[in-house]
Design a binder for this molecule. Structure first.
Ligand SMILES: [Zn+2]
Ligand SMILES: [Zn+2]
Length: 47
């Protein structure tokens, strides 16, 4: 698998995720059912 970096599945999140996780943080995992305008995961790309 050459795909080491993929985007977080949260629509408003710009973070990249490595590994098997679909989300960069618990915030994004919990927000998947909510249509957020911005991401509040506090990672650098989303600040
Ligand atoms: Zn984010
Ligand atoms: Zn995220």
């Amino acid at each position: 698998m050459a795909d080491e970096s993929k985007k977080c599945k949260h629509p408003s999140c710009s973070c990249t995720v490595s590994g098997d996780d679909d989300y960069c943080s618990e915030y994004c995992r919990n927000a998947r059912d909510t249509m957020e305008i911005g991401c509040d995961c506090r990672h650098q790309p989303c600040e």
